[in-house]
Design a protein around this ligand. Structure first.
Ligand code: NAD
Ligand code: ZN
Ligand code: ZN
Length: 400
């Protein structure tokens, strides 16, 4: 089959690889009909995530048709399913608490001791996301093996387009959990850093949860326009000082809840960001945490901090004093996707949530390397790329 493989920093290729096979009884094989590129994939593309191996198949946002099932799968051939990026057994201590991204059974990789060493506990398995999370082949491919197929995939009714439901695999539940983790109360002012797919779905979710005002922060005008369409007020961090603007907009107290949907590759020529950048490039640090520092400093006293954004290592100049002295709470984590998909699928079917506004590009899977370049180099114009297996390669124009 054809698949998108990782070979190093900014080097991803379409290659012909072996078809996946059923290995365990609970497995299913999915013929991928749609797959997307995620902001998390950019962290792999930029070489920030350790334990990648040359030839690894990427992709953790995908859906398709069931073409083969093991004896323990509850799926049926021909069903259309969306597959959560988190691989979870459904019956361990964590899964029974619906903390699926903490599953203790889904990461059998030899490298699991690296996450145990770095994080104190083993991480769960994720599709297409390094050997620290199981080394599973991802879904930017024609076919993919889905373990625990009786737990993860959600069956999509006929007549509902791929474009409407594909993002149930990750970014829609991630935006929803980000808003839920912000413990939004009616009347709240919520500030969201980063208007990528996760930030935009967090904004939409926070509105549905009763936020009174949402303030969206980014530097890409088009992404800020999308945030404004959902009723957010916007701050372009190239034009004004974010902290000062937020204080002015909130009567000097700061937002009630803050959401960091930026992550370890923060943009911007800020002193702390430049220092982080130097440390990362000289292997003295791992993450650029400018946005995380800013959310904590800007949040009102007694407020709530939600961090859906990905961080990987040991961070420097974390404002622990401000966090403690202001009495903040923080919630974070890889999304417990399986917990959210049934209700969110219903919300999509009932037209309460729109997901298709986000898609800026639909490309053949064969053009996936162009897609990575577009999403990486042209974030203003490129909000989300959906890849279609089976389509012939086309010529992709890069924006000027
Ligand atoms: N927790 C999870 O399970 C989960 C799931 C999906 C994605 N993520 C993570 O969420 C984050 C966002 O994902 P995405 O797909 O929206 O990515 P993205 O790269 O498309 O969006 C990030 C946005 O942040 C903006 N940004 C950069 N620096 C900023 C700053 N200093 N202040 C304000 N905005 C800034 C960028 O301009 C960009 O629009 C990533 O770290 C991704 O890995 C986490
Ligand atoms: Zn993702
Ligand atoms: Zn489990």
């Amino acid at each position: 089959m054809r698949a998108l493989t990782w070979h190093g920093k900014h080097d991803v290729r379409m290659e012909t690889v072996d078809d996946p096979e059923i290995i365990n009884p609970r497995d299913a094989i999915i013929k991928v009909t749609s797959t997307a590129i995620c902001g998390s994939d950019l962290h792999l593309y930029d070489g920030f995530i350790p334990t990648m191996k040359s030839g690894d198949i990427l992709g953790h946002e995908f859906m398709g048709e069931v073409v083969e099932t093991g004896s323990g799968s509850t799926l049926k051939k021909g069903q259309r399913v969306v597959v959560p990026f988190v691989i979870a057994c459904g019956s361990c201590y964590f899964c029974t608490k619906h903390q699926y991204s903490c599953c203790d059974n889904s990461n059998p990789a030899d490298n699991q001791d690296i996450s145990e060493f770095g994080y104190g506990n083993r991480m769960s398995g994720l599709f297409g996301y390094s050997h620290m999370t199981g080394g599973y082949a991802g879904g930017q491919a024609e076919y993919v093996r889905v373990p625990y197929s009786d737990v993860g995939p959600i069956v999509v009714p006929d007549g509902v387009d791929d474009d409407k439901v594909l993002f149930l695999s990750d970014i829609l539940p991630t935006g929803w959990m980000a808003a839920e983790n912000a413990d939004i109360e009616p009347g709240d002012t919520v500030a969201v850093w980063g208007c990528g797919p996760v930030g935009l779905f967090a904004i939409q979710s926070a509105m549905l949860m009763g936020a009174n005002r949402i303030i969206a922060i980014d530097h890409f005008p088009h992404r800020l326009e999308l945030a404004a369409k959902f009723g957010a007020e916007t701050i372009n961090f190239n034009d004004v000082k974010v902290y000062d603007a937020l204080m002015e907009m909130t009567g000097g107290i700061g937002p009630d809840a803050v959401i960091d949907s930026v992550g370890l590759e923060a943009h911007g020529l800020f002193v702390d960001n430049v220092v982080d950048q130097i440390k990362v490039s000289t292997f003295l640090g791992t993450d650029r945490i400018h946005a995380l520092r800013q959310v904590i400093l800007a949040c009102r006293k007694g407020g709530r901090v939600s961090v859906p954004a990905v961080y990987g290592g040991f961070v420097d100049k974390f404002p622990m004093g401000a966090f403690m002295e202001k009495g903040l709470t923080m919630k974070t984590g890889q999304t417990h996707v399986q917990h959210y998909t049934p209700a969110l699928l219903n919300a999509i079917i009932e037209d309460k949530i729109d997901t298709t506004f986000l898609i800026s590009h639909r490309l053949p899977l064969e053009n996936a390397p162009d897609g990575y370049k577009l999403f990486h180099d042209h974030q203003n114009e490129t909000t989300k790329i959906v890849l279609k297996p089976g389509m012939e390669k086309i010529q992709v124009e890069m924006p000027a």
